[in-house]
Design a binder for this molecule. Sequence first.
Ligand SMILES: [Zn+2]
Length: 216
Amino acid sequence: MSPFRRTPRGREPVTRYCGYVRQQRPQGQWFTSETGQRWWFDPGALSLDFAYTGAMPPQPESWSTPVDLGAWLAERFEEVDAAVTERDLTDARALRSALAAAFLRRSLGEEPEPDDVDVINLFAATPDIPPALAGGRRQAGRTRARPSQALSTLAREAIVRLDDEHRARIRACEADDCGYVFYDESRSANRRWCSMQRCGNRAKVRKHRALKQSAA
Ligand SMILES: [Zn+2]
């Protein structure tokens, strides 16, 4: 069973518009905290999920072999061929580092480094996974997409998110001891926490305690 359909809030994956065709891709992943607790982090962008597989602190590296990358991609891009090569892994890590650095800088209110921008643009310039309308009778193009096409799709998504217009939506969790970076997808643009279960509730508890203390 896909882990994405069982989020703590019981939410289905978000339906988003990628280009001109509606595509549903699972977003968010389970992490384990320092105290061994599992928590769900949806950073609001698939490209950030991608960066959080090992290029964004404090998350450790989650891909040791091409098979790990293949599994990660297959869970999100059902059309991608799971046969991932060492070369794909090297490419994925290069894109991941550039994305992580760019999102981190944006979260600090800074411009991404030109070198990272170049890497992201390079991946985005290659063929991505083409959109397809359901209901036809024939297969157009390849039956399976190459892993490199998924990398291009991720780079293109990041370009939209990292664009100047959306820069204020890329922020870090407000908890002092956290720092997880997210893209605020909310309509009101008022997301404050990496996750309500983790930092949001802790902040609520602290506020409640402080109120009680001042009342007493
Ligand atoms: Zn947090």
